[in-house]
Design a protein around this ligand. Structure first.
Ligand code: LIP
Length: 275
């Protein structure tokens, strides 16, 4: 199956799951369970969205593997893995803040951002319908129109997206890093959904984005959109993007932010935080 066919399948799956979330969410969304901390929620619609995605992939791509945020890994024999975030930005969804998305990507190789080759992906913003897609070597689009990353003149004039983890110790460290970043950039935006943040870098609506602690499903599709739109997406100290750190943006300012984050120790921040 060629990458453009995979792009269209990812788009179709993301739009169907997005319609499910839009049309079947309760008036008042409640927490079904929590995960890494009491502020890391999962809702019934997270689970329903992922169940739909898994059922469609099992039917249409039965030999492919699945790595999803809310369910068990499914092994495959095709060498391809579907990487699913059924609702990226779950806290926004829980509170009714409009920035959350369904993220669907398909990768070749091991289900590890450091070692996979992303082939195609889709990020579908559930509330307003914006739909970003990308295919390896085929470019990135929003709603069928090509997108390109911006070209900020400098780090000091760059609008930078970021996010924070769910543990007080991690957040204390991230706050310390933020004191190093904020004075050196135009401004910060914390929009709450990594997949959308990465797509906004791809269309120049954010100049840069960085976050420590992303899961593979948070970044799989959005990183491909940003990359295919001409941005660079890496970790720190020569590492690929991944859980330790993800930094996205156009060269050369992406490199300037990488160096700033390296100097701030942003890939190892953990603080002892006591109330
Ligand atoms: C979220 C990310 C966000 C990050 C949150 C959380 P989820 O993903 O998209 O950027 O800051 O901590 O990881 O949990 O809503 O799928």
């Amino acid at each position: 199956m060629d990458v453009e066919t995979l792009r269209e399948l990812a788009r179709r799956l993301a739009l169907e799951a997005g319609a499910l979330v839009r049309e079947q969410s309760p008036e008042r969304v409640v927490v079904a369970a929590t995960k890494s901390s009491e502020v890391d929620p999962v809702t019934a619609m997270d689970r329903a969205s992922e169940e739909l995605l898994r059922a469609r992939i099992a039917a249409e791509r039965p030999d492919d593997a699945i790595l999803g945020e809310e369910g068990d890994d499914v092994p495959g024999t095709s060498g391809l893995t579907w990487v699913l975030d059924p609702i990226d930005g779950t806290v926004n969804y829980l509170y009714g803040v409009a920035s959350f998305a369904v993220s669907v990507a398909v990768v070749a190789g091991p289900p590890d951002p450091a070692r996979w080759t992303a082939l195609a992906g889709c990020v579908h913003s559930v509330v307003d319908g914006r739909t970003w897609t990308a295919a390896s070597g085929g470019g990135a689009e929003r709603d069928g129109r090509p997108v390109r990353a911006g070209s900020p003149a400098s780090l000091a004039t760059s609008l930078v997206g970021t996010g924070f983890g769910y543990s007080p110790a991690r957040r204390a460290g991230q706050a310390r890093v933020l004191t190093q970043v904020l004075p050196r950039v135009r401004d910060i935006r914390r929009l709450g959904a990594a997949a959308i943040d990465l797509c906004l870098v791809g269309e120049g609506a954010l100049d840069l984005y960085y976050e420590r602690g992303l899961n593979p499903w948070d970044l799989a599709a959005g990183a491909l959109v940003a990359t295919e739109a001409g941005a660079v997406v890496t970790g720190l100290r020569g590492a690929p993007a991944g859980t330790a750190m993800t930094v996205a943006g156009p060269a050369p300012v992406q490199g300037d932010l990488v160096r700033l984050l390296e100097d701030a120790g942003a890939d190892t921040v953990e603080e002892t935080f006591t109330d």
